[in-house]
Design a protein around this ligand. Structure first.
Ligand code: V47
Ligand code: SF4
Length: 395
């Protein structure tokens, strides 16, 4: 049977630049920054979707990954002033926030004793009391309590801040964190690397270059990390391409990134509330173009609490192969920013159903993508899923 991409190539009306891009993708070749920009400027949802789905299925078939994790946010107050963030010092007064102690956070870890979670994701605001020693002791305490729990924690924003305070370099600092028990770094803090935009939305925290340098040091230790991109605010398509080009270059050198996570800008409770949010077509086009552009990234993830369950399902036909974890209500950063999901919690059963309903295979993974369980044949007792209509696969 002809694939959708072969069908596209057989169309005599396909423009020459679009044909060239489609041929490259079909032949497993990399597209250039100019071609990426052209996709953003002119690529229809159908066109970029077909190419992205081709790449997704070549890499993963129907496999759709999720993991069982829980989140800890040490604080929702921050010394920085990112305009898009409801944790910013300009939005959140200290008396309105929480600042967990080590014991508070260990209580959260202990709450999951006996539950089959494989990962703790730790990220929040930046405050002076959370320094190198605090985090090193915290990671060590988690590992002592539950050695097999994967600690995915902090971003270059925190690392840059705490290493500077401790007067140590990135290489030394990351080695120290590894020795303390850190297993991987989540993708946050990346926002948009281009200084023209970064200076307007996140002026005072680490620069794009510093973000990349910290991931590079971490990768040099043989460790893995993720990368995000905050899109749909004041950036242009050229800034998104610049962002992904920087990531693609570093990935060529180190191979340490696992997953790219586009984060849709949400406009509630922050200093950018006047900026309208982009629509679902733009969300899907962005996933698709990221999947096409980042040929050296294994995974593209949709963070479902930010975009709703329905769009997460749709995204699986536009390049996405991962829909994050089963998380519980300790995740507050997104509900405060205007997340689609008022209660961003979903059980394993819910996630499995959601993935199966669009004709994909639900695979539970650990943080490093080792398969924990294939749920394809699993039938849950009350399973007659009426809520969604299976989408036609694009190729
Ligand atoms: O860096 C803050 C974003 C990020 C808003 O690695 C906002 O597996 C949208 O990086 N609208 C932190 N986004 C979260 C993060 C993440 C999430 C899920 C999985 C992983 C992973 C990483 O949240 C911040 C920032 O870009 N953010 N405010 C907002 N108004
Ligand atoms: Fe602080 Fe991060 Fe929010 Fe910026 S995005 S204000 S660094 S919590």
């Amino acid at each position: 049977m002809q694939t959708k991409i072969e069908f596209l190539l057989s169309d005599p009306n396909l423009s020459q630049p679009h044909r060239q891009i489609a041929e490259k993708v079909f032949n497993g070749e990399r597209i250039s920054p100019d071609e990426g920009l052209l996709l953003y400027q002119e690529g229809s949802l159908g066109f970029v979707g077909a190419l992205a789905n081709f790449v997704r299925e070549k890499k993963h078939g129907d496999n759709t990954y999720f993991n069982r994790n829980f989140h800890i946010e040490p604080t929702n107050v921050c010394v920085y002033d990112c305009k898009f963030c409801s944790y910013s010092r300009m939005i959140k007064k200290r008396e309105e926030g929480w600042e967990y102690t080590m014991e508070d956070m260990m209580d959260i870890v202990r709450k999951y004793d006996g539950q089959p979670v494989t990962e703790v994701h730790i990220v929040g605001g930046v405050l002076p009391q959370y320094d190198v020693k605090f985090y090193a002791d915290f990671f060590t305490a988690i590992k002592k309590h539950r050695p097999e729990l994967h600690v995915k924690a902090l971003t270059p924003v925190e690392y840059h801040y705490i290493f500077k305070k401790a007067k140590i370099g990135y290489a030394e600092g990351m080695k120290l964190m590894k020795e303390a028990g850190l297993d991987s770094i989540p993708g946050g803090g990346a926002e948009i690397f281009h200084p023209e935009i970064r200076e307007k939305i996140a002026a005072d925290k680490c620069t794009g270059e510093q973000w990349l340098a910290i991931h590079e040091e971490w990768h040099k230790l043989g460790m893995r990390s993720n990368a995000t991109m905050l899109y749909g605010h004041i950036e242009g398509f050229e800034h998104r391409i610049h962002h992904m080009e920087e990531l693609r270059k570093l990935q060529d050198q180190t191979g340490g990134f696992q997953t790219f996570i586009p984060l849709k800008f949400r406009n509630q409770d922050n200093q950018m509330s006047h900026i309208p949010e982009v629509n679902v077509v733009e969300d899907l086009r962005n996933y698709a173009i990221a999947r096409i552009y980042l040929d050296n990234f294994d995974h593209v993830k949709a963070y479902w609490p930010m975009i709703s369950r329905n769009i997460a399902q749709l995204s699986l036909s536009y390049g996405v192969d991962d829909i994050d974890g089963t998380i519980d209500d300790t995740t507050k950063i997104y509900s405060m920013a205007g997340s689609e999901e008022q209660n961003p919690a979903m059980s394993t059963q819910d996630l499995v159903k959601l993935i199966k309903a669009v004709g994909r295979k639900p695979i539970e993974r650990d943080t490093l993508y080792h398969v924990m369980k294939d749920y394809t044949e699993e039938v849950f007792e009350e399973e007659v899923f009426k809520g969604y209509v299976a989408l036609p696969v694009l190729n």
